[in-house]
Design a protein around this ligand. Structure first.
Ligand SMILES: NC(=O)c1ccc(NC2CCCC2)nc1
Length: 250
């Protein structure tokens, strides 16, 4: 999968490119992450990418032209990477508090894309005319304001890349994640058998896989009911899960 991120702080992306599961996916060329600095597309001696806002007010606004050139360069890279692009363009996503909130359903169908271009703002934001002309989708990682779109871009990339086939050590773990089945995750345990006198739930040591699967599901239900009742409201149990729930009521 192809990613191009546009940011005036390109070094930040080593945090995702050089470490962990995503770093390994990059090394294995399962995913490509290009980082493009709009400053490289400026024409003045000061490499200006921001200016005072029209209408006054605090701070600076990112100018449209360097970003436009950076996006066009990213589209070229996407084409060279063989992105099978609908209507000739790789989707451009702008990370901002004004966007649609990132959620598992929104992430779920992103891995099917060939690529994405992520636009990271700084200062007070980006000239609206650039957004109107080039941004296909605004996405927010939550209702809070950050100093830049870089961390949200890394959150988005991580959530998508971990779902690519063969990226997670055991694909099943991606399926069993919280939210994938609409519930919060169950508790997890590992060695040592005792921790400050706290033992491990015996069923997990039983080797009885059906009982273990049932226990884990019922723990997900308990936790979701307690912490996220609104998720529980929308939960649609599978046939097997409905049977386990019935046992719970009996
Ligand atoms: N909740 C978010 O996903 C989010 C994204 C970007 C941002 N700040 C950026 C947006 C334009 C200038 C700084 N803050 C918050």
């Amino acid at each position: 999968m192809f990613f191009a991120v546009i940011s005036i702080l390109p070094e930040m992306f080593s945090a995702i490119k050089d470490f962990g599961v995503v770093g390994r996916a990059v090394k294995n060329e399962q995913v490509v992450i290009h980082v493009i600095n709009p400053r490289d597309f400026t024409t003045d001696n000061y490499r200006r990418i921001d200016e005072r806002p029209f209408g006054g007010g605090p701070g600076m606004v990112m100018m449209a032209e360097p970003l436009e050139k950076a996006i066009m360069h990213a589209q070229d890279l996407a084409k060279q990477a063989g992105c099978d692009i609908q209507n000739g363009q790789c989707p451009v996503v702008y990370l901002s508090p004004q966007g649609e909130t990132l959620s598992e359903p929104l992430v779920a169908n992103m891995p099917s894309l060939d690529g994405m271009i992520l636009l990271c703002g700084r200062y007070e934001g980006i000239d609206e005319r650039l957004i109107a002309r080039y941004v296909d989708k605004e996405i927010s990682i939550g209702d809070y304001v950050l100093t830049g779109g870089e961390l949200p871009a890394m959150v988005l990339m991580d959530s998508v890349i971990r779902r690519l086939p063969k990226v997670m050590g055991d694909d099943l773990s991606a399926e069993q994640d919280s939210f994938v089945d609409g519930l919060l995750d169950c508790p997890h345990y590992t060695k040592p058998l005792e921790f400050h006198g706290e033992a491990v739930p015996p069923v997990l040591l039983s080797g009885h896989h059906a009982n273990i699967a049932k226990w884990r599901f019922l723990e997900q239900v308990k936790r979701t009911k307690a912490r996220r009742p609104e998720l529980w409201e929308d939960f649609q149990p599978s046939k097997q899960q409905a049977k386990w729930l019935k046992d719970l009521e009996d």
